[in-house]
Write a protein that binds this ligand. Structure first.
Ligand SMILES: Cc1ncc(C[n+]2csc(CCOP(=O)(O)OP(=O)(O)O)c2C)c(N)n1
Length: 663
């Protein structure tokens, strides 16, 4: 299989189509073992081939929005041999990554950045006087995101050479939502928009004979015809023949929306028609004004299971490469945190009319889908629009509601100003349920939720908590609905602890931790473990191992990073030789940092060992365990770090101090 962009340019149409089939086969077979973003990549096979046929990376720049759909680009830019390692330890990254290849000019994984980044690249090109082409490839759901609009607004006054490709498959992860989505749908379906661009027709007919023959033989007429008649239809709609027979073939039309922004609109067009894509891109390349190509594709194209279930196959774990079947969950396995969250939302909404759920395009990932299914009137999907989600929630809260924003920790980063300016400053009781707080191992640094405690802890009026198990998650959510201040609840990806969830939730005392195990006073060196959330079971294992060697270990479920349970921390600072704080979060500015700050403010001389993620970006790997191992955070490694600390100068001095104090 061709895996070099220069080779792609030498292929004729039949060979390009063969390449498309090979790429699909490669995607389906290689991703089956560990999973990945199969559906989006199957949808952009022809588009990516056409891009590499017409443009030349690394000189020309492709900027992929989210970049979860850049696998085909990776396969065509020298990374085929390593493709089976994607999203695995030491393997290829699942997103575009600047350090991975010179063909990845810009990294991403959060949505909505491609147009801004590409426009910045184009501005830099213009400023330095070079002539590379810059292409932003963005999905229809990227147009639910504010940043995309900020960029579109800025295109025509910034540059004359800019190509945007709107890859419209009608899906976000779930079905796309909102007015823009309906507008795009109209563009595709309304015959009034389907008029052939005369410019394009003239241009294509003017191609020198030799040149046209190189890339699609005698298919010029066919391409022009295709431009007016072959739009690949949106999922679930009628098939192509139906459209043609109704005279509703897609074509080269105009879109007031783009054109009023000073951007030439070309499309809609069939995103699986190679000659059409190539000719359109060649045309776009000649334009002396910004252009957007509206390309209609099918998510999961070429693999029935993926095409029929676009949401499931957007991104998934292992599957059967023939049938697409995924392994069944083991009976008796602990539920996922997101499912407990979803069930609790339904329970709370049934009891309390003030509670509503809000997601920014992540209904299944966050588990809020359960609310959508059971109580759709209490459910809001606002699109990939985190800032809007937060401010929208603030608006509802100002009217007496308790909105629950179900959001991944990493995506809440987008909403930071809104947390401060719209929620905290106005003391509005918005509840943030931050899923994926901790690691998303296979996705890597763009998706790890490791910064939320730090960036929220410094904001006045906020309450930050983390449950030790799923029953406590229910209690925390219930408690949050009784609060007058913003609350943030963090919990990780994957399976919870497998404890029973009580029929009725209980109210927790805000700012109070839970002492699980006090000192035995057996004469051993005293270590008090304070653990946040999912680090409780880790702390327990470490404490039990140390206890076997005569250490006297206390175990505290910290529960709140803010407000800190000052009394309990101060008590153990006096009583213990060493305090160990544990959090699935960066140590910089995290919960442990809060403990140290509090002791410093109070003049308390306590020895504190902070266990958490270091001050660096954590890469991707096959599993959380692997990343913990790499960073000294497995249970045996933490145990060893505690022992070493106690043997270090600081540890010895602290023990001596403590003994002198008690003498
Ligand atoms: C800021 C942000 N919010 C949410 C997500 C999660 N997410 C990843 S891909 C995706 C949908 C993207 O849809 P679209 O842009 O249409 O591309 P497609 O997958 O359909 O090709 C979402 C919501 C994200 N990556 N970034």
């Amino acid at each position: 299989m061709v895996d070099n962009p220069e080779h792609v340019k030498k292929l004729n149409l039949d060979q390009l189509e063969e390449l498309a089939a090979e790429l699909r086969e490669e995607l389906i077979s290689k991703l089956a073992k560990h999973g990945g973003h199969l559906g989006p990549n199957l949808g952009v096979v022809e588009l990516t081939i056409a891009l590499h046929y017409v443009f030349s990376t690394p000189k020309d720049k492709f900027v992929w929005d989210v970049s979860h759909q850049s696998y085909v680009h990776k396969l065509l830019t020298g990374r085929k041999d390593r493709f089976h390692t994607i999203r695995q330890t030491d393997g290829l990254c699942g997103f575009a990554l600047r350090s991975e290849s010179e063909h990845d000019c810009y990294g991403a994984a959060h949505a909505g950045t491609a147009l801004s980044a590409a426009l910045g690249i184009a501005a830099a090109r213009d400023a330095r006087g070079s002539d590379e082409d810059v292409v932003a490839i963005f999905g229809d759901a990227a147009l639910t995101n504010g940043i995309s609009f900020e960029a579109l607004n800025n295109v025509s006054c910034t540059t004359k050479k800019f190509i945007g490709i709107l890859n419209d498959n009608e899906w976000s992860i779930a079905k796309n939502v909102g007015a823009i989505s309906s507008y795009l749908n109209k563009l595709i379906q309304s015959p009034s928009f389907n008029r052939l661009s005369k410019d394009f027709e003239r241009w294509i007919k003017k191609l020198p004979k030799g040149e046209e023959a190189v890339w699609f033989g005698n298919k010029v007429e066919e391409a022009i015809k295709g431009a007016v008649t072959t739009v690949s239809l949106k999922q679930g709609d009628k098939d192509e023949d139906d459209f043609e027979s109704e005279g509703k073939g897609g074509g080269f039309g105009n879109s007031l929306f783009f054109e009023e922004m000073g951007i030439r609109y070309i499309g809609p067009m069939d995103g699986h028609n190679l000659p059409l894509l190539i000719s359109s891109l060649e045309f776009a390349k000649t334009c002396e004004e910004p252009v957007v190509l509206h390309v209609v594709t099918k998510k999961g194209k070429g693999f029935d299971a993926a095409q029929n279930h676009p949401e499931k196959f957007h991104g998934l774990g292992p599957y059967d490469a023939k049938t697409g079947e995924t392994p069944k969950e083991k009976p008796g396995a602990a539920p996922k945190w997101q499912d407990v969250f979803g069930d609790t939302m339904v329970k709370l909404c049934k009891k309390d009319n003030s509670v509503v759920g809000i997601t920014a395009a992540m209904p299944s990932g966050t588990g809020l889908k359960k609310l959508e299914e059971e109580m759709p009137e209490r459910y809001y999907d606002v699109g990939i629009a985190e800032e809007h989600a937060v401010i929208f929630a603030a608006g509802m809260a100002s009217m007496g509601y308790h909105p629950v924003v179900a959001i991944y920790s990493t995506f809440l980063q987008r909403g930071y100003d809104c947390i401060i300016h719209d929620v905290a400053l106005q003391e509005l009781p918005v509840i943030f349920c931050m899923d994926r707080a901790g690691l998303s191992a296979q996705d890597g640094p763009t998706h790890h939720g490791l910064f939320d405690i730090s960036f929220i802890r410094c904001v006045p009026k906020c309450i930050i908590m983390a449950p030790k198990d799923e029953n406590e998650l229910q209690d925390m959510m219930f408690t949050a609905t009784h609060e007058k201040l913003p609350t943030f609840i963090r919990y990780p990806r994957g399976a919870a602890e497998g404890v029973e969830v009580a029929e009725k939730p209980s109210l927790l005392e805000v700012g109070k931790s839970e002492v699980l195990e006090n000192f035995a006073n057996n004469g051993g060196t005293k270590i008090a473990f304070f653990a946040m959330g999912n680090m409780n079971p880790v702390a327990k294992t470490v404490a039990e191992a140390l206890a076997k060697d005569g250490f006297d270990c206390a175990l505290v479920n910290a529960r709140f990073a803010k407000p800190l349970d000052e009394g309990t921390h101060e008590f153990f600072a006096q009583a213990a030789d060493l305090i160990v704080t544990l959090e699935d979060h960066v140590v910089t500015g995290g919960y442990g940092a809060g403990v140290v700050e509090h002791f410093a403010e109070q003049g308390i001389n306590a020895d504190v060992l902070r266990i958490g993620w270091p001050d660096e970006f954590i890469g991707h790997a096959s599993s959380v365990t692997e990343l913990r191992r790499q960073h000294g955070l497995t249970e045996p490694q933490i145990e060893e770090r505690v022992r070493q600390h106690l043997e270090s100068d600081a540890g010895i001095a602290a023990i001596a101090d403590a003994q002198a104090g008690s003498a």
